[in-house]
Design a protein around this ligand. Sequence first.
Ligand code: SLL
Length: 157
Amino acid sequence: LMRVQGKSVYRPFVYGSKAVLLPTDTSKRPPNTPPDHTHQWTVYVRGVDDADITHWLRKVQFKLHETYAQSQRMKEAPDQFEVTETGWGEFEIGIKLFFPPESGEKSQSIYHQLKLHHFGEDKEAAKERGDPVISQLYEEVIFNEPAEAFYEILTTD
Ligand code: SLL
């Protein structure tokens, strides 16, 4: 694998979760939602401002709490890199990023603490308004001395 000497390429993305309270009225809940589930949430990896990142990010594996059936969820483009579920508790979600095979890059793991309840200064007002609970971070992947073929892909977007 030929590598581009002395170059580092940074690629930005965001990851996080969005949670909403489920109605208690069964007719308004998603079908077959267990009665003890209080929230619906989505965990995701996306480009900044929804930029396409699929040229450098090929697959994302989300590792949910073991209370979930099939707790390892693999998402591959053109699917969105996200998982939507219902539940009652907060937990840490493992997020494993897989790069294109021609990159020769190993997968990288990050972790996200799922948030269901409002937090921070405005939490009471936010709860009152029924705002979704969003916990999102900006991150960058660094490719040090990327493979030549991958460098072409990274620099022509
Ligand atoms: C807690 N340490 O006790 C955490 C664990 C587990 C969350 C949270 C239900 C999943 C299901 C669910 O929300 N699990 O029933 O499929 O708060």
